[in-house]
Design a protein around this ligand. Structure first.
Ligand code: SF4
Length: 470
């Protein structure tokens, strides 16, 4: 009796900590392992998050053809196989839970996720939830409402399988084979398809009460860089909550490398994003990993007025961030209200300054957003702008090989690649040897062999042709 009471008190004590103890330990390890140059006061890795995660080798095949495509050419020789997907997702997520604790964002990614049956797709998402991940399905968006509804609802009872779905739709004019628009001449031609994607989720919410978070992904090459600003402007009010841009890299299927991807800098891409956003974007307020890999700007729109959540030039905002990280750390902000309140109370007790400093920040944010009256008339909505610059395979291969031997290169370019790999914010799990690998190393070094093995294990059925190279 006394023992069971003690056990319950102990469980309550753990449940009301701002962070689960496994996450606390994972964050401490992550911080310890980070290279010195990214251990800055605004660094999110090791303080707020262990980093993003993605699946690999679980459904490599895709039915569109993109230039570039980051997947090895062998990927399309692998059959989509639900039991394989479920088994491998489960194993990879179990390792991520073990090494990184609960509550981390994980992408269900590979080839095209909607080539899975809705039931297999749902089972993969459920496995991710079971292992404490927050899943996001990565898709080209060329699927129908029927698939989405079948994914979201239990086929036997018609009840919701999920209260919330998170998807990223990849749309850009270097993708070929989309139904209704096989070849795209410019980004604007894709707007009806982007809109249709968002509308499917809005309909799902209307008809079944299932909420959503949608991200818009776009590869940037010399062909479409000048259209980035217009994409942001055209799509801002469609329903996307995140716009993520990936400057193209020479990685994956070489037959799909079409342009001089190094003809522009990441600064130029960011300038176009800012043009579209209609405002300067404060990407130095928070940092996720290495700035050469990632830029993230959190902000909100009230009508046409954009306000950064944190002003990177204001030391008071930096202090608030420090207080928040010291008190709340990796606290999951999605939890039942009572639990959230208990965790927040303990976080504030850990760092009481967060209250007065946070109140000042809230006043400044309201001012930046146009004041109370403007906010009353224009309900604010949060939008995050992201740029993620993958690296070229020719740099990643030697950099990774040396890192595997514990050697830092003397060649400045390879050394810079190594520093970025060490600060990587996007990892993939290898349950066979119990380790995590940066996505750049996965795609540049490990994918080709992995897909060859998978093609033997899961050969295509005769009726499934490989999509043509473009
Ligand atoms: S190392 Fe590669 S995968 Fe990791 S954050 Fe940098 S660009 Fe992304």
């Amino acid at each position: 009796m006394v023992r069971s009471l003690l056990d319950r008190l102990r469980a309550l004590e753990v449940a009301t900590r701002p962070e689960h103890p496994d996450l606390t330990a994972a964050l401490a390890r992550r911080w310890e392992d980070l290279p010195t140059h990214v251990k800055t006061p605004n660094q999110m890795l090791g303080t707020r998050s262990a980093g993003c995660e993605g699946t690999h080798g679980v459904f490599p095949r895709c039915n569109l053809a993109c230039t570039p495509c980051y997947h090895a050419k062998e990927a399309n020789r692998v059959r989509v196989d639900g039991p394989h997907t479920q088994r491998e997702v489960d194993r990879q997520m179990a390792l991520l839970r073990e090494l990184r604790g609960p509550g981390q964002n994980a992408q269900l990614i590979g080839g095209e996720v909607t080539l899975l049956s809705p039931d297999d797709h749902a089972a993969a998402l459920q496995a991710m939830h079971r292992h404490g991940r927050k899943p996001m399905s990565m898709s080209h968006g060329d699927f129908d409402y029927d698939h989405l509804e079948a994914l979201a609802l239990d086929p036997d009872t018609g009840e919701r399988r999920f209260d919330f779905l998170s998807f990223a739709g990849h749309f850009d004019s270097m993708m070929f084979g989309r139904r209704g628009i096989k070849r795209v001449r410019n980004e604007a031609e894709l707007n009806p398809y982007r809109e249709r994607f968002c509308q499917m989720f809005q309909r799902l919410e209307r008809e079944h009460g299932i909420k959503h978070y949608l991200a818009h992904n776009m590869t940037v090459t010399p062909r479409n860089i000048d259209q980035v600003a217009r994409v942001v402007r055209d799509c801002r009010d469609m329903g996307f909550r995140m716009f993520s841009f990936q400057p193209a890299a020479f990685v994956g299927n070489e037959a799909r490398w079409k342009d001089a991807y190094r003809a522009f800098s990441t600064d130029e891409v960011w300038t176009r994003i800012e043009e579209g956003a209609g405002s300067r974007l404060h990407f130095r307020a928070v940092q996720v990993g290495d700035e050469r890999c990632n830029r993230t700007a959190y902000g909100l729109y009230a009508g046409d007025r954009y306000a950064p959540v944190l002003d990177e030039d204001d030391p008071r905002d930096q202090r608030v961030l420090g207080d928040f990280l010291a008190g709340f750390g990796g606290m999951d902000l999605v939890a039942p209200p009572a639990l959230l309140a208990a965790r927040a109370a303990r976080a504030i007790a850990r760092r009481p300054q967060v209250l007065p400093h946070g109140a000042g920040w809230a006043v400044r944010l309201v001012r930046r957003a146009g004041g109370v009256r403007h906010l009353r008339a224009n309900r604010p909505k949060t939008i995050t702008f992201v740029m993620h610059a993958f690296m070229d395979a020719r740099d990643v291969r030697p950099a990774w090989e040396l890192l595997e031997q514990g050697v830092m290169s003397d060649d400045p370019r390879i050394r810079a690649t190594q520093e970025r790999l060490q600060s990587c914010s996007y990892a993939m799990a290898h349950p066979d040897d119990g380790r995590l690998v940066p996505a750049c190393a996965q795609h540049s070094v490990l994918d080709p062999d992995e897909n060859l093995r998978l093609a033997e294990l899961l050969p295509l059925h005769r009726s499934e042709p490989e999509p043509a190279n473009v």
